[in-house]
Design a protein around this ligand. Structure first.
Ligand code: SAH
Length: 360
């Protein structure tokens, strides 16, 4: 049975053509699913009863199931493992920030990019998420917040997966959350993070949707970046930064360069200077992310002093830089960590982690 959840109004209308209903019904169905949290056709009380029965016979409204939830000890970060009908599970994170509620969305189950520091890629790519599955992630969190009189304010596509390798579904998802009958979310409140897939960056620049582009750079030279991010062999540092520059010029939006700080690997004065030279003259800022050590990997986080030193070195060279405020480290909120625990639970030796487990 086809699932109506996750489809835009025009598609719902086309699917329901055989029912011979007026066009405004599709919009009502969408509003019930996306704005009012209806989980059944029976709950859609402004539809004729006969139509509700027909819809129920023809379509499903299947949603993901939350199989695990973790809350950080300060209560600000919650991480959910959501399982789709085929048993594939992804992570979604809610961060209660001073400026609003932000949700971090996965765009693929697993990831094929092979970055050396990232937990998402350890088990490889499983599959792309459909637009409706990404919507399910954000609506799941939004529905929790609605019960508290709040909502999702901003969204980052920075969970597991490479958005540009799932381009069409990601675009359909971005357009859907923007719809007034859905979350009515402004594009300026959305950030899309990429490991630097140049054709994807170029395509996104032409979509006329003013989302913030974040580019995971992590090293200023080819050799080091290739070591950390194998995709650099295909799209090298210079090409990626040129695509970021073109994106900023075309969209007039400031590009964020994400730079993980790994002790003794990419956090030296030499790298700060090379990074500043690379970005000079670009409308950009650098977001420094002290590496979240991943159990499966062997990289260490610099000291607070070393982090500040790197940040100040960039500022001295007139590059706007901020250090990312870390959230949810005590609940393994870095990319892919919860999913990996889920996958490897059988052989998981880490049974005494300082975590508060809520569901299961
Ligand atoms: N594939 C996209 C989006 C997902 S990753 C991308 O590469 O941008 C989101 C961000 O988290 C990226 O900047 C990624 O490099 C970073 N990240 C991954 N593992 C991390 C870790 N262990 N510590 C800190 N940041 C990490």
């Amino acid at each position: 049975m086809e699932n109506l959840f996750g489809l835009p109004v025009a598609t719902i209308n086309a699917r329901c053509a055989f029912l011979d209903i007026p066009a405004y019904r599709a919009r009502q169905i969408a509003e019930w699913m996306y704005r009012k949290g209806a989980k059944s056709f029976a709950a859609m009380t402004n539809l004729p009863k006969r139509l509700r029965v027909d819809l129920d016979r023809s379509f499903s409204l299947a949603r993901a199931k939350c199989v695990e939830r973790w809350d950080s000890s300060d209560g600000k970060t919650s991480k959910f493992l959501l399982e789709f009908s085929d048993g594939v599970a992804v992570e979604t994170v809610l961060m209660r920030q001073p400026y609003g509620n932000s949700v971090c969305i996965s765009t693929q189950a697993g990831c094929a990019m092979g970055c050396a520091f990232c937990a998402s890629t350890i088990h490889g790519a499983v599959r792309n998420l459909m637009a409706g599955e990404m919507l399910d992630e954000v609506l799941f969190v939004d529905e929790i917040l609605r019960d508290e009189g709040e909502k999702v304010d901003t969204m980052v596509l920075m969970g597991s997966g490479e958005p540009m390798m799932n381009y069409d579904n990601v675009l359909a998802f971005l357009r859907l959350v923007h719809e007034p009958y859905c979350l009515n979310m402004g594009y300026r409140n959305i950030a899309v993070s990429t490991s630097g897939i140049v054709p994807g960056i170029e395509r996104l620049a032409g979509e006329e949707i003013p989302v913030t582009l974040s580019i995971s750079l992590h090293a200023p030279d080819e050799e080091l970046r290739t070591l950390l991010m194998p995709i650099n062999k295909k799209y090298g540092v210079r090409e990626v930064v040129a695509a970021g520059r073109a994106y900023a010029e075309k969209t007039k939006r400031r590009v964020t360069y994400e730079y993980i700080l790994i002790r003794g690997v990419n956090d030296g004065e030499k790298q700060a200077r090379a990074l500043a030279a690379l970005l000079r003259g670009q409308i950009a800022n650098v977001n420094l992310i002290p590496i979240n050590p991943v159990v499966e990997r062997n990289w260490a986080r610099p000291t607070e002093e070393e982090i500040q030193k790197f940040c100040r070195a960039l500022e001295r060279l007139h590059i706007a830089a901020t250090v990312r405020q870390e959230m949810g480290a005590d609940i393994q909120a870095a990319c892919g960590q919860l999913r990996n625990r889920h996958i490897t639970r059988a052989q998981d030796a880490l049974t005494n982690m300082p975590l508060r487990r809520i569901i299961r």
